[in-house]
Unconditional design. Structure first.
Length: 119
């Protein structure tokens, strides 16, 4: 399977997880790839790292986030947000183990990448 097909599949899975894990008052509306670089060669093959940014919107009246009601709203009354994510995946999908590790940065700092020693 080609790397772009694998990446597209991962992005669809992440979108689905985010969309169905929250109520309809919050959603991701766009994703942009910031960078792509080789991550290294491991026992299962060569890996690539993609840094991406997700853009979304949420309803301030439906989300229990302190002071969100004071945020700037768009014409539909929604608050826009953006968050980063890092995808690390094998170039040859068939050589991976099928697992997806999703790291949601806490105060801007990814955690799980520093915890992994081997892929």
């Amino acid at each position: 399977m080609h790397l772009r097909q694998v990446a597209a599949g991962i992005v669809i899975i992440v979108f689905a997880l985010v969309q169905f894990s929250f109520d309809a008052s919050a959603k991701i509306v766009r994703m942009e790839q910031i960078s792509a670089a080789s991550y290294g060669n491991f026992k299962s093959g060569e890996f690539v790292r993609w840094d991406v940014r997700f853009f979304g919107e949420l309803s301030p009246s439906a989300e229990p986030i302190p002071d969100l009601d004071k945020a700037v709203r768009d014409s539909r009354g929604m608050v826009a947000y953006a968050t980063r994510a890092t995808l690390i995946m094998p170039i040859e999908a068939s050589r991976g183990n099928g697992a997806l590790l999703l790291d949601v940065p806490n105060r801007g700092r990814p955690i799980s990448l520093s915890l992994t020693k081997h892929i």
